[in-house]
Write a protein of this length. Structure first.
Length: 410
């Protein structure tokens, strides 16, 4: 069983198998072109699939373009090929059962093509990871008088925490929490699309924290993954906009709720805020706009500026076309303005990008230079990978000890 669980879904052999399945299922559906009775129906299926693929591309790449990052072409191709197999199952008489089976395979395989890019599930076993925490709601957590256990070993609690007006947060609370009221806080944010729980599932935050606490007497930062988008595919640009007051939420509402809900170190200068992609961009926005809310930030694969697809679109949607209003809250402008002052001299930061993610590498290298010029203590580095969870898992693991030490855990 462990051998099966360890099978990689993202290495070169996996890539070959996944693309071979995509090609094979498409060729079986395309076989109808070589049979006169099916040629017309197969052509119709191909046209419908191409139209569906074009619509998906238009929505994701042109308008409304809900995600600021570019979707790799392989995903569109795989999705269109799977749609061709699926539509063929309805149009090719005499082959419907076979094509229906292949359509299920093709649709699942299209997801695996996307997984090759974003690497949410690196192995078969990652679909059902071995638990290293005990999940509970807030009432159950408040009633607990000692750390939860798994197989006789003390582990952390994974607590669902209502944090209105946004979606519920998810918090990792280490075993030492029940004996130590001075633990620091790490606030994390997912990307767009995303949800708070992803940092503890595909982001493997629970495993990272569990490994750390196991080697530090049960101590670890209390990690709270919060909602910074409002919906799974939302992009409020991490500003106080017309729909969501994201900056106020992250700089005031969230810290106040954490202090009210958990018995942690109340000194927010020892707290860290961080995130991946949109969440990384947002973390830098928070500390530059509200430098007293947190003492450290993590920017993993963030952008050069908040964006909902383009600079003009962002300024028009959230600032009424007012470039100065945008500049007044944009991290790059704030950092340039702070040069020669002590406004940010107390802040630390870590920028990490994947070495195949050119956009993030360029953005974070520049932001690191601006941050250092503004007096922050920051570092910039790369890890192997693209704009994917492979990078973000490595980045969290690589940064975790420094976050803990900054918060007072040795």
């Amino acid at each position: 069983m462990e051998l099966i669980r360890s099978i990689s879904l993202v290495n070169t052999p996996a890539l070959i198998v996944i693309y071979a399945i995509a090609l094979l299922t498409t060729l079986v559906a395309a076989w109808g072109f070589f049979r006169a009775p099916l040629r017309r129906r197969t052509t119709i299926a191909l046209i419908i699939a191409l139209i569906l693929g074009a619509i998906a591309w238009f929505i994701l790449a042109v308008w409304p373009k809900p995600f600021p990052e570019t979707i790799p072409p392989e995903i569109y191709i795989a999705g269109t090929a799977a749609a061709f197999v699926l539509v063929s199952a309805f149009t090719q008489r005499g082959r419907r059962v076979l094509l229906a089976i292949l359509a299920v395979i093709a649709m699942g395989n299209a997801y695996l093509v996307a997984n090759l890019q974003y690497q949410q599930f690196p192995t078969v076993g990652s679909f059902d990871p071995t638990p290293v925490t005990v999940s509970m709601n807030l009432d159950e957590f408040n009633a607990a008088t000692q750390p939860p256990q798994i197989d006789g070993r003390e582990v952390g609690a994974l607590v669902t925490v209502p944090l209105p007006p946004m979606r519920d947060a998810v918090a990792y609370v280490p075993p030492a929490y029940w004996h130590n009221s001075n633990l620091p806080v790490l606030v994390l944010m997912a990307g767009n699309p995303g949800e708070p729980g992803q940092w503890f599932t595909v982001g493997q935050g629970s495993q990272t924290a569990d490994d750390f606490q196991s080697q530090h007497g049960g101590e670890s930062p209390v990690i709270i993954s919060v909602d910074a988008t409002g919906t799974f595919s939302g992009n409020p640009a991490c500003v106080d906009g017309p729909e969501y007051q994201v900056q106020t939420y992250l700089s005031q509402t969230v810290p106040a709720a954490i202090n009210q809900t958990f018995n942690v170190n109340p000194d927010q200068s020892k707290w860290t805020i961080g995130g991946l992609s949109y969440g990384g961009t947002c973390a830098l926005q928070v500390v530059t706009n509200h430098p007293q809310a947190y003492g450290m930030f993590l920017d993993f694969s963030g952008q050069a500026e908040p964006s909902i697809g383009s600079h003009k679109k962002t300024v028009d949607a959230f600032f009424g076309g007012d470039e100065q209003a945008f500049a007044d809250v944009n991290p790059a402008n704030l950092l340039r303005k702070a040069v020669g002052t002590n406004e940010y001299s107390h802040l630390k930061g870590i920028f990490i990008a994947g070495d195949r993610d050119t956009e993030s590498m360029n953005a974070l290298a520049t932001m690191n230079q601006l941050a250092q010029a503004a007096g922050m203590t920051t570092t910039y580095s790369t890890v192997p990978g693209g704009h994917s969870y492979s990078v973000w898992r490595q980045a969290l693991r690589q940064s975790f000890e420094e976050v803990a030490q900054f918060g007072g855990i040795q």
